[in-house]
Structures are given as structure tokens and as C-alpha cells.
Design a binder for this molecule. Structure first.
Ligand code: NAD
Length: 528
């Protein structure tokens, strides 16, 4: 049997109660879910539920249409003054936000576990990620450089100038209730924008706790709180933001289905949109791979976070020669999981719950389809009834009958947001790369080999088509330093590091004439 869960509450369990009150959230009453410089909320109530126990953590009062409108209005006004604040000064405020969040790392991490369901070390890791990206934002605030371009005209210079963009809306998913906002806020704030956050309706408490910390820093610095505004709500709040002409860029993280609508709406009003959508990520293991590295990485990628990362490993392609060995090692690891399922906050828990009942049903439907299509199921499967109170499911390895993701109705081509790993066997690397690329999504992929020729093939023009292309590193997770994002139906644009900041500014090309003549470009003459 697994570790004992904390008692499901009629009242709230002591631990949850402590975490919430240490983050300034009074769960005894409906919690205001809108921040525009003041805390308010008069829209519908959102219920935050702990996925491990089913206990109600709190009720949050979301944004009414009027509150959303007012917040957007105020954000636009605040941007007009904030854009004049020098970028290094904005960076200094980010540094203070970083310090304030780091000081609350343990409680914020615990709240991520309580509300989203990920295990303690991953909850803490998510808070570390926002701390890291805020560090990055501090440095960035002194490095958002434009360029001087050589002009073909004598006495002329061309400057490429980045200026603040306006209002950036961040619409985020349930599975990273802290870090994804951080990726956006750090860049958007450093760039001089007002940022408005619409978190997932099932993780409102994480967003409220974070916004409370950030707003105190803004107040201390006499900056308008609405520069880091919060509007909790369901899809109607999300779609109203997406439609608003007041929003210059929508940074959307979520499912492909919703992302498709968001992209169309924002483009129809010529707004900017950044899309971080579903992943369907493959690992390929070659005969020369170090299996002592590859197998645990696949195990973490497929089972970790209960398969609820956009970068989770969902497909595994094994070279025929090592397939039996890899599968036997994976089966042993999978068999060791059930005793380590349970309370995400306990130190030795490996596998927490799925986020909600809907996710369990998606997992069950995917299993049924696998079985109907005659896949071989190598592990125990189904709901983990020993932990009846939460949304616990057993991690599964499935070997579908057909390996080609391009076949109609294939289970290979959709993202199932649950711990189900599909496996196929290949003989040539070209075949595995073709399968890797044959799905609609293009987020993360990984090749396990020691052969530089294979690495060259994998990283080159005929290699993996995903945004994250790893070698001897699993698909799941990423550091903040590189630009993060995907291709194809995973969307477009990049977040976090690299050149991602360039999307959060308005670029101008400015040609300046320092001379006494006014020649036209390309030698054009237009003399009267
Ligand atoms: P979701 O699409 O259901 O919701 C995402 C956000 O969109 C939520 O805030 C939701 O309230 C809002 N929303 C819903 N309908 C809307 C509408 N019509 N208009 C505007 N906003 C709307 O996604 P989810 O279930 O919360 O998250 C899981 C998905 O997110 C997975 O597909 C996962 O791969 C993806 N994801 C991608 C990345 C990435 O970086 N590529 C990162 C994390 C999660």
C-alpha cells in the first residue's frame, strides 16, 4: 500500500491550512481573484480542489466582465508611464520580486503540490524556475540591445530599436501554475510592458499567492500594481482577453484545440500571439546508447508529473537489438511505482495524482482505444483504487500493433495528458526519425546514442523537427536559458531564454541622416 494520504477534510487539513495562511490566503471565506492594484472579484466562484484528496482548498471569486474591462483599461494607462522607466530600473524591481518569491519557495512549492498535484520536489522545482527566470530578467534589463546597421547612403545610419510593446496577456495551463507565468512576466516586465495574467481556472490559488508577493514589491517601489494584474476566471474571461484590442500580445499556453481558436481570434485583429501548445514527444534509443542513463530518463519522462508535462515522453522508439533489455528494465521500474504513489507532499512519493476526474477519464479512454486496437499492455493499468480519494492512475507501457503514427485513427498522433508510454521497435535510425516527425506536434524529442554520426543526422536538416532536440537527455523539462517552444501544432513563438524577449517589444528601424544631402535608397532619383 502507498503512503498514507493526509486526511480528506470536512474542514481543511492542517497542513493545507498552514500553507495557505502563510501565503496570505484566508480560505475560510471566498478569496478575491482579481488584482488591478486592489484585490476584488464579483464574478462566478471557482473551486480549487486538491487532486490528491478531493478536498476543497478554497473558493475564489473570479473576474466579472466589468472587472476585466476595468483591469485592461488600468493596465493600458499604467503601461504609458511604465514604458518611460529605464529598463535597468525595471530590472531592479524584478530582482526584488525574485528575492521575495525565493523567500517563500517552500510554501509556494507546497501550494503547487496541493493544488496541481505534482510531487514536492517538482513543486519546489517550479518555484526555482520562476526564481531563475527572474534572475535572467534582471540581467536582460541591461541587455535588451538594438543594433546599428550599415547604411548604403553616405552620412546615414540605421538603428533597430526595441521599445515597450504595451499590454501583454498571459493565459496559462494548469500543469505549470507558477513557472509559465514567470517565463512571461520576467521578459514582459523587463521590456516595459503591463502584464495581465489569466491562469487556469483550476489553479487560481497559485496565481493569487504569487500575485500577492509581486504586488507587495510593486507597492514598495511605488509602481502601479496593475503592471502585474491578475484576472482569474474560466474560458469566457480568457476569450474576452483574446478578443480585446487593448491587448497587444497574447501569450497562450494550453491545449491545441483552444490554441487554434486563440490564434485565429488574435490574428483576425492583427494582434501578436505566442502559442505554447501540446507536445507528443519521442525518445529514440540506439544500440550504442548508455542504457543506465537512457532508461531512468525515459522512466522520469513518461511517469514523472503523472505524464502531465507538455514535454512528457509519450513515444519510445527502440532499436530492435536493445528493445527486450530496455523493456525489461522499464517494466521493473514501473512495477516499483505503486508503493510510491500517493500524497505528493511526502518526501518519498514518486507519482502523484492526475489533476482532475476529467483527466482520469481521458486516460481511461486512451487505454480502451489502445486495447480495442490490439495494443499489448505490458504493465498494470487503470485507476489505482487503493488511493480511492484522489485521481490516481497506474502508469502504463503500451505496444501498439502498428508503429506508423501516420495511420488514420492512430493513438500515436494525439497527446494524451497522462502517464501512457507507447513503444515501437525500429531497425534503422531514418525510420525512427520519420516516426518522430510524423505526428502533428513538434515540441520535444531525444536521441540516445554515443555515435557522432547519428547525432549529426538527428540535429541536421533531415533530423528531428521539434523545438527541443536533445541528445542523451530526456524529453521532459528544460532549463530557462534557452528559448522554449515548439513547431507545427505545438504553435509558434518562444518563451523563456534565448531571443524570446524580442517578441515582447515593438521594433522600429530608424534611418537617420547626419549629412547635408538627402539621397534616396537604391540610387533612385526623383528630381523635379
Ligand atoms: P486548456 O487549453 O484547457 O487551458 C489553457 C488556458 O486557456 C486556461 O487558462 C483556460 O482557462 C483558457 N481557456 C480555455 N478556453 C479558452 C478560450 N476559448 N479562450 C481563451 N482561453 C481559454 O489547457 P490545460 O488543460 O490547462 O493544459 C494542458 C495543455 O497545455 C496540454 O495540451 C499541454 O501540452 C499544454 N501545455 C503546453 C506547454 C508548452 O509550453 N508547449 C506548457 C504547458 C502546458
Amino acid at each position: 500500500t502507498g503512503p498514507a494520504l493526509f486526511p480528506a477534510a470536512r474542514g481543511l487539513s492542517t497542513r493545507a491550512s498552514q500553507v495557505l495562511s502563510s501565503l496570505g490566503i484566508n480560505h475560510a471565506e471566498p478569496v478575491p481573484g482579481v488584482y488591478d492594484g486592489q484585490w476584488r472579484g464579483s464574478g462566478e466562484h471557482l473551486v480549487s480542489v486538491c487532486p490528491a484528496t478531493g478536498e476543497e482548498l478554497a473558493r475564489v471569486v473570479s473576474a466579472s466582465p466589468e472587472e476585466l474591462h476595468t483591469t485592461l483599461d488600468k493596465a493600458r494607462e499604467a503601461y504609458k508611464s511604465f514604458r518611460l522607466v529605464p529598463a535597468p530600473r525595471r530590472g531592479e524591481v524584478l530582482r526584488q520580486i525574485r528575492e521575495a518569491i525565493a523567500a517563500k519557495k517552500a510554501d509556494l512549492g507546497a501550494l503547487v503540490s496541493l493544488e496541481m498535484g505534482k510531487i514536492r520536489s517538482e513543486g519546489a522545482g517550479e518555484v526555482q524556475e520562476i526564481v531563475d527566470i527572474l534572475d535572467y530578467g534582471v540581467g536582460l534589463s541591461r541587455m535588451m540591445n538594438g543594433r546599428v546597421v550599415a547604411s548604403e547612403r553616405p552620412g546615414h545610419s540605421i538603428l533597430e530599436i526595441p521599445n515597450p510593446l504595451g499590454v501583454v496577456a498571459v493565459l496559462s495551463a494548469f500543469n505549470f501554475p507558477v513557472a509559465v507565468y514567470g517565463w512571461n512576466l520576467a521578459l514582459s516586465f523587463a521590456a516595459g510592458n503591463a502584464t495581465i495574467w489569466k491562469p487556469s481556472q483550476t489553479t487560481p490559488l497559485c496565481s493569487i499567492a504569487l500575485t500577492k508577493i509581486i504586488s507587495e514589491v510593486l507597492e514598495r517601489n511605488e509602481l502601479p500594481g496593475v503592471l502585474a494584474a491578475l484576472v482569474t476566471g474560466a474560458k469566457d474571461v480568457g476569450s474576452a482577453i483574446v478578443e480585446s484590442e487593448y491587448v497587444d500580445m497574447v501569450s497562450f499556453t494550453g491545449s491545441e484545440a483552444v490554441g487554434r481558436q486563440v490564434a485565429k481570434t488574435v490574428q483576425s485583429r492583427f494582434g501578436k500571439v505566442l502559442l505554447e501548445l501540446g507536445g507528443n514527444n519521442a525518445s529514440i534509443i540506439m544500440p550504442d546508447a548508455d542504457l543506465s542513463l537512457a532508461v531512468p530518463a525515459v522512466f522520469f519522462g513518461a511517469v514523472g508529473t503523472a505524464g502531465q508535462r507538455c514535454t512528457s515522453t509519450r513515444r519510445l522508439y527502440l532499436h530492435r537489438t536493445i528493445a527486450p533489455e530496455v523493456l525489461s528494465r522499464l517494466e521493473t521500474l514501473y512495477a516499483s511505482v505503486p508503493p510510491k504513489m500517493g500524497d505528493p507532499l511526502l518526501e518519498n512519493t514518486l507519482l502523484g495524482p492526475l489533476h482532475n476526474e476529467n483527466a482520469v477519464q481521458i486516460y481511461e479512454r486512451a487505454l480502451e482505444t489502445h486495447k480495442a486496437q490490439h495494443a499489448e499492455i505490458l504493465t498494470s493499468s487503470g485507476r489505482y483504487t487503493q488511493l480511492a480519494e484522489g485521481n490516481f492512475v497506474l502508469p502504463v507501457i503500451a505496444v501498439p500493433k502498428h508503429a506508423d503514427p501516420g495511420l488514420a485513427g492512430s493513438m500515436w498522433s494525439t497527446e494524451t495528458f497522462a502517464p501512457i508510454l507507447s513503444v515501437a521497435v525500429f531497425d534503422e535510425l531514418e525510420q525512427a526519425i520519420e516516426w518522430n516527425n510524423a505526428v502533428p506536434q513538434g515540441l520535444s524529442s531525444s536521441l540516445w546514442t554515443r555515435d557522432v554520426r547519428h547525432i549529426g543526422q538527428w540535429l541536421g536538416p533531415a533530423g528531428s523537427d521539434t523545438g527541443i532536440v536533445n541528445v542523451n537527455v530526456g524529453t521532459s523539462g528544460a532549463e530557462i536559458g534557452a528559448a522554449f517552444g515548439g513547431n507545427k501544432s505545438t504553435g509558434w513563438g518562444r518563451e523563456s531564454g534565448g531571443d524570446a524577449w524580442k517578441q515582447y517589444v515593438r521594433w522600429s528601424a530608424a534611418t537617420i541622416n547626419f549629412s547635408d544631402a538627402a539621397p534616396l535608397a537604391q540610387g533612385v532619383s526623383f528630381a523635379p
